[in-house]
Design a protein around this ligand. Structure first.
Ligand code: NAP
Length: 322
């Protein structure tokens, strides 16, 4: 019986189906990630691993598993925590979950944009504190969505899905991407511009790149300072795409009005972090793909691809096929 180690429990029936298919499935039972030493011990002898974005999947982990390890199925689309080259060198297939979580993540990005701009969380806190005594023309004003210009940084699956939502709110779409995307551009009446121009023109900027050496702290102090006065930044990509200190500074001293963040640096964000002291920062705990249907479908995708590799078939969503 081949062994599969899963670093967190998954929603839905996928893991039971894997057991019924004859695999010995061992699941880390706790809510938080297995400590490194425990992880290194528990992967020993596994033919397949199902990993999450908080697990550091590097050469050390692959070697700790042993030479029978043939597949790592990542329960996420982003692979910045996985050393793909180390997997390639060892002949290990790496799969992930592109596409299935696109709409759920774009939905959350748009929810953060609306919540941060129109001060939804701040308004809720105001009511909860018992401060709602009257209606006033100047209470909790914020930038309007309709008719605004939105800048999408990284115009891939999620960036384009986000732009579709923005079009529904009658927003003008600008995008920055290493390569122009003529088809999506035509479908969404979007305009391809350089990042500097996007930052200078957009009322809302939403980040949708992967985390790579090139995008690490892409939104640094200099770029944040180039944003429009009163702009709103949304990040559902990865926390490290933004320089947190510089973001705080841009919120406190301008030009930013607000920020909506599903991902942060550090992550998790401690409850006493200065970002949470700012009234117009809305933070969610990395739940972009946390739709009920989406998370079950992600579980099916990783288990189907894992089985495919272990049973000698081609996986559908491979990021590394040695
Ligand atoms: P995708 O389809 O590969 O899109 C990423 C886009 O980023 C590509 O179109 C790429 O286009 C562009 N890009 C890469 N480097 C860039 C750079 N330096 N400057 C500008 N654009 C750049 O990936 P996706 O499915 O949309 O996912 C995007 C990311 O979202 C994932 O990698 C993950 O980190 C994050 N994510 C977060 C959550 C969450 O829960 N918050 C959920 C899902 C995904 P070019 O190659 O043409 O530049």
């Amino acid at each position: 019986m081949e062994r599969v180690f899963v670093t967190r429990n998954l929603p839905g029936p996928a893991l039971d189906e894997l057991r019924q298919a004859g695999y010995q499935v061992e699941v880390w039972p706790e809510f938080t990630a297995p400590p490194r030493e425990v992880l290194l011990a528990r992967v020993r002898g596994a033919a397949g691993l199902i990993t999450m974005l908080e697990d550091r999947v590097d050469a050390e982990l692959m070697d700790a598993a042993g030479p029978q390890l043939r597949v790592i199925a990542q329960y996420a689309v982003g692979l910045d925590n996985v050393d793909l080259e180390a997997a390639r060198k060892r002949g290990i297939v790496v799969t992930h979950t592109p596409g299935v979580l696109t709409d759920a993540t774009a939905d959350l990005a748009f929810a953060l944009l609306a919540a941060a701009a129109r001060r939804v969380v701040e308004g809720h806190d105001y009511v909860r504190r018992g401060e709602w005594k009257t209606w006033h023309p100047e209470l909790l004003l914020g930038p309007e969505l309709h008719g605004a210009t939105v800048g999408v940084v990284g115009f891939g699956r999620i960036g384009q899905a986000f732009a579709r939502r923005a079009r529904g709110f009658e927003m003008k779409v600008l995008y920055a991407s290493r390569r122009p995307k003529p088809e999506a551009e035509a479908a969404l009446a979007a305009e391809h511009v350089g990042l500097d121009e996007l930052l200078a023109r957009a009322d809302f900027v939403s980040l949708h790149t992967p985390l790579t050496p090139e995008t690490h702290r892409l939104m640094n102090a200099e770029r944040l300072a180039r944003m429009k006065e009163g702009a709103v930044l949304v990040n559902t990509a990865r926390g490290k795409v933004v320089d947190t200190e510089a973001l705080l500074n841009a919120l406190e001293h301008g030009p930013l009005f607000a920020a909506g963040l599903d991902v942060t640096d550090p992550e998790p964000l401690p409850a006493d972090h200065p970002l949470l002291g700012h009234p117009r920062v809305v933070v969610t705990p990395h739940i972009g793909s946390a739709g009920l249907r989406t998370r079950r479908r992600m579980a099916e995708m990783v288990t189907h691809d894992l089985r495919a590799v272990l049973e000698g078939r081609a996986p559908k969503h491979a990021a590394v096929l040695p």
